[in-house]
Design a protein around this ligand. Sequence first.
Ligand SMILES: Nc1ncnc2c1ncn2[C@@H]1O[C@H](COP(=O)(O)OP(=O)(O)O)[C@@H](O)[C@H]1O
Ligand SMILES: [Mg+2]
Length: 319
Amino acid sequence: MDEYAVSAEGLEKRYGDKRALDGFDLAVRQGTVHGLLGPNGAGKTTAVRALATLLRFDGGRARVAGADVRRDPRQVRRRIGLTGQYAAVDEVLTGRQNLEMFGRLFHLGGRRAALRATELLAQFDLVDAGDKGVGTYSGGMRRRLDLAASMILAPDVLFLDEPTTGLDPRSRGEVWDAVRRLVAGGTTVLLTTQYLEEADRLASRITVIDQGRAIADDTPDGLKNRVGGDRIEVVAREAADLPAIAKTVARVADTDPTTDEPERRVHAPVTDRVAALTEVARTLQDERIPVEDIGLRRPSLDDVFLRLTGHGTQTEEAA
Ligand SMILES: Nc1ncnc2c1ncn2[C@@H]1O[C@H](COP(=O)(O)OP(=O)(O)O)[C@@H](O)[C@H]1O
Ligand SMILES: [Mg+2]
């Protein structure tokens, strides 16, 4: 068996003059969650659709679940699942009926389809909701049902294209749990996301994509370290207090704090985030220095981009 469940070398996809994929490389280890992180328009969906045989690519090579994507697309299709940003489930049917319907689409036969539906409802924590109409489901429940539907035939490799975009934090957590359970069951997951935090929570490795090309491939910690990790941030009420605030922050920070005068903001990287926050808040209060805001900031996708490319995330709209 291959060490990699997904590998791509130099993938190219053009739409007219637009290079949606421009020499894209990827290697996803068996049995892991691999994050494909990038802003809107970076090429994530194009990459996933090309790897899932739904889109012909113009150049390069790719293997998925042990088969060559270009030469053996049928083989690939038999071994993968794909979940898009929008669920393809029927609103009127119950969760169970939807899963049974998908099962029959995959030629499972009535009894096996019903059995599989029961298993999947349990696996995705939808037992109570299973017999209610999908129209009554929350966003998180719908995404979980969508995940369950893509698992009818327990694929070797599952592509999840922005599975939590638009979900509230609680539903997002539920989807994350479902993804973890899938991987515990042996499935390899390629997950696209615009959230560094999501990739950090789920993935053991992250590829950052920009303009159709991989610009970094690293562990979540490696990536965060390059960006400088967590930061403490204090916004002063009075510009005159900035030096005193910088002095206080310096006592807990890993490097000299940065003072952003126009924003009246002092920030610095910290290792023990909660201790740093507590210490700075207490000292400022003791010294009666008024602050507008104080908090901890985790690095965002934008921070990653700034560090890797020298510019922020340029989405289509902004470019
Ligand atoms: N069918 C298409 N026709 C023309 N351009 C497309 C098409 N699909 C995607 N693109 C362009 O290719 C680039 C990558 O798109 P996409 O893969 O959807 O990015 P992402 O999923 O990361 O947001 C974008 O510039 C997008 O506008
Ligand atoms: Mg997309």
